[in-house]
Ligand binder design. Structure first.
Ligand SMILES: [Zn+2]
Length: 50
């Protein structure tokens, strides 16, 4: 099996890069969060200051 290149984005909440996932195949352009957890935290992105 060949390694495939997976696009990545930076999560707007935790500011970490995350890789494309199959479940996002149709909505990748709209994906902003690395996980459901970050999606829920979107109103509170800087809860812990850096
Ligand atoms: Zn995140």
């Amino acid at each position: 099996m060949k390694k495939q290149y997976l696009p990545t984005k930076i999560c707007v909440v935790c500011q970490r890069p995350f890789a494309w996932r199959k479940k996002w195949a149709k909505v990748w352009n709209e994906v902003k969060y690395c996980s459901e957890r970050c999606r829920r935290n979107k109103n509170n992105p800087n809860a812990k200051s850096s």
